[in-house]
Design a protein around this ligand. Structure first.
Ligand SMILES: [Zn+2]
Ligand SMILES: [Zn+2]
Length: 310
């Protein structure tokens, strides 16, 4: 029983009164209502696979969405998830986002995330958290779309005058966000020559979720997962890698994590569920990629696909 907490208590007596359970009504209510959904909005990479939209994950808690990365296609995938029944992914609810790093495959949906929900009546400014450079990217995008903003605000469209604004926060490692649904911790990961790249740990009332971002094997993932419910980790196929040209092998091995390396990381991190994400297959089937992991990892593992919900 995890319900022995402060507040108004109900003593439920069973049988002749020789056993009793103390419930906190408020906590029962919270547990009943707290439901975290982890939705893969896009599992792609720079490869323009029509089946895999650009990288983006939504952690949805009590119908409030928190977006991690905004690869191309993000808003339409959120709309698809909403149609699938994820109420929290109604487009005008997209207000809070976290970006792992500024690679284009993770950020070319940024303009979409700023402007489409606004056009669909989001009134609040978008809050964005990310590495150094996110402020500059935001300013440049707003400038690039200044004519659109002007026409929608002053050109006769019945638009609100606030929803296109963005509050961009350049973060450091540590707890960077907290509200009634989530505590978000950013931790540094190594992603080749990027000066800053982050993984994120989300604690919600009923789940702990860790997202690696793009990285080589990182101790931060192990420490922050440490038995977490869901670990969403990027990966490339070890078999596919062997067929890549030497210059690309050099690049991938210093920016990304192989299936062999991920098996090792996951064995230490011990997630209840490992989700393969941002997969680079290079001709290897999805099934074989999972097998590559299972050769050295005994935990539960799935290969993520767009619109999967955990
Ligand atoms: Zn990437
Ligand atoms: Zn990257």
């Amino acid at each position: 029983m995890r319900l022995f907490l402060s507040g108004f208590c109900l003593i439920a007596m069973f049988g002749a009164g020789n056993s009793s359970l103390t419930y906190d009504l408020r906590d029962l209510q919270t547990l009943k209502e707290s439901k975290t959904q982890v939705v893969l909005l896009g599992t792609g990479t720079p490869n323009a696979d029509p089946e895999r939209s650009g990288p983006s994950v939504a952690v949805v808690v009590n119908d409030t969405p928190y977006i991690i990365d905004f690869g191309p296609g993000i808003v339409r995938r959120a709309a698809a998830a909403f149609q699938k029944g994820v109420k929290g992914l109604k487009v005008d609810k997209l207000k809070t986002a976290f970006v792992t790093h500024l690679h284009s495959d993770h950020t070319t949906g940024y303009a979409d995330l700023i402007f489409t929900p606004w056009t669909l009546e989001r009134k609040e400014p978008l809050q964005v958290f990310g590495p150094k450079g996110i402020k500059g990217m935001t300013e440049h995008l707003l400038k690039a779309y200044s004519q659109d903003i002007d026409i929608r605000v002053n050109g006769g469209e019945p638009s609100n005058h606030t929803g296109y604004k963005v509050i961009a926060h350049e973060i450091k490692a540590g707890v960077i966000y907290k509200d009634e649904n989530v505590t978000v911790k950013a931790f540094p990961v190594k992603h080749g020559t990027w000066q800053q790249a982050f993984g994120y740990r989300f604690e919600t009332p009923d789940k702990t979720i860790v997202i690696s971002g793009d990285c080589v094997p990182s101790e931060g993932v192990v420490e922050n997962c440490n038995g977490c419910d869901v670990l969403i980790h990027e990966v490339y196929s070890t078999t596919g890698f062997a067929k890549r040209p030497p210059e690309w092998q050099k690049y991938h091995s210093s920016f990304h994590t192989s299936s062999r390396e991920l098996a090792e990381i996951a064995s230490k991190a011990k997630p209840k569920l490992l989700v393969l994400y941002h997969q680079l297959f290079w001709g290897t089937s999805e099934e074989d990629l999972v097998k590559e992991i299972q050769q050295n990892y005994k935990g539960k593992v799935v290969s993520g696909r767009d619109l999967d919900i955990y």
